[in-house]
Design a protein around this ligand. Structure first.
Ligand SMILES: NC(=O)c1ccc[n+]([C@@H]2O[C@H](COP(=O)([O-])OP(=O)(O)OC[C@H]3O[C@@H](n4cnc5c(N)ncnc54)[C@H](O)[C@@H]3O)[C@@H](O)[C@H]2O)c1
Length: 347
């Protein structure tokens, strides 16, 4: 049985990925410092998967702090999720973002080299493409990388550059998976994203408005050059993202797979507008969302969506869950959050 170290395993995507790893027969070790998560995630994962796993509470951005995990366990692969993901926070406090995200990735790479771990999957982001122009669409792995729009996006660009460099000087193989817009929750409604310090993602805002935690939500701009005037994004179900990680590991463990560094976009390929997302939510939940139409928000781009051909060709992965399932699961999770006592939009 292969052992996978998951950094940031108590977080949103990490927790869903651990469920899939356990279901696929991997032994899992998670490390998190709960900066943007809570330990309760672990109990929910274990209940869903019917299996337990090893947990470490460590700030992996601290030099040498991680080594204990590698000394105590034989690790076959690493999925490196741990990062600060709030774009506005990274703009307000770039030093904290860089120190955390860059140092965490440096330390992971350092330990992988030192302890002979040859397989790494890195959480990257479509934000590495920068301010995407309409002529860049649909975004593919070879699409031009424009200037990063935030320290967060730089930290992801840096992470890719660093891991590519170490793959070239060692026998480490790396997948950098660039996610588009992960949303939704486990289909059971028993696992999802907990309210965090800063959440400005569309789907939690929709569900929080529907359940009455917000008086209303705002659709920023209705005069974009899109089919209904609202912005277009490529939403992707978190369980589809989780499954892609299991497929990426499977590929890395294949003896005849020799590629050292591969970038793969994870998107559905379907651009969905804000109004379409709201309509889907209302259809699936039977609840009307109180939204207002506001001005365009500074920094927003009109549309971004992928052409996920490489993920299919290389990993055999496609996004299986549609927007309705994203909304249905997100709504189930929102109700579960209330049941768990999270009557809040932010913690
Ligand atoms: N959710 C998205 O919209 C999205 C989109 C693109 C890329 N990503 C990337 O995917 C990864 C996972 O995102 P997520 O949505 O699950 O975020 P998340 O905040 O829910 O999970 C990240 C986890 O990492 C932990 N962490 C952060 N710094 C740490 C450190 N120094 N030591 C130990 N633990 C640390 C946090 O406590 C958290 O549990 C991140 O790298 C993020 O940048 C996320």
């Amino acid at each position: 049985m292969k052992t996978i170290l998951v950094t940031g395993g108590a977080g949103y995507i990490g927790s869903h990925t651990i469920v899939e790893l356990l279901k696929s027969g991997y032994k899992v070790i998670s490390v998190d410092n709960y900066y943007n998560s809570i330990e309760l995630s672990y109990a929910l994962i274990e209940k869903l998967a019917g299996k337990s796993f090893i947990k470490y509470t460590i700030d992996i951005a601290q030099e040498n702090a991680l080594e204990i995990i590698f000394q105590e366990n034989k690790i076959d692969g690493i999925i490196h999720f741990a990062a600060l993901k709030s774009v506005p926070d990274s703009v307000d406090n770039p030093i904290f973002c860089f120190k955390n995200n860059n140092n965490a990735t440096l330390n992971i790479g350092d330990c992988a080299v030192k302890f002979g771990v040859r397989n790494i999957v890195f959480s990257s982001s479509c934000s590495v493409y920068g301010n995407v122009e309409p002529s860049d669409l649909p975004v593919q792995e070879h699409t031009i990388i424009r200037k990063a729009e935030s320290p967060y996006a730089y930290s992801k660009q840096n992470g890719e550059v660093y891991l590519k460099a170490i793959s070239e000087i060692s026998d480490i193989k790396v997948f950098a998976l660039r996610y588009f817009n992960p949303v939704g929750a486990h289909a059971s409604g028993e696992l999802g994203e907990f309210p965090s310090k800063h959440s400005n993602n569309l789907v939690p805002i929709i569900t929080q408005t529907a359940i009455g935690l917000r008086d209303h939500m705002t659709v920023f701009g209705k005069d974009w050059n899109t089919r209904d005037g609202s912005c277009v994004r490529d939403y992707i179900h978190v369980s589809d993202i989780a499954e892609a990680h299991v497929l990426a590991l499977k590929k890395l463990f294949q003896d005849d797979f020799k590629n050292k560094f591969e970038i793969v976009n994870l998107g559905s390929g379907l651009g969905v507008t804000v109004f379409e997302a709201i309509n889907s939510f209302e259809k699936m939940s039977g609840v009307n969302v109180n939204f207002k139409e506001g001005e365009r928000r500074e920094g927003d781009v009109e549309a971004i969506y992928s052409l996920p051909v490489k993920a299919k060709d290389l990993l055999g992965w496609t996004a299986n869950r549609d927007v309705d399932s994203m909304m249905d699961s997100a709504w189930k999770w929102q109700k579960k959050l209330i049941e768990l006592g999270f009557n809040t939009t932010k913690i």
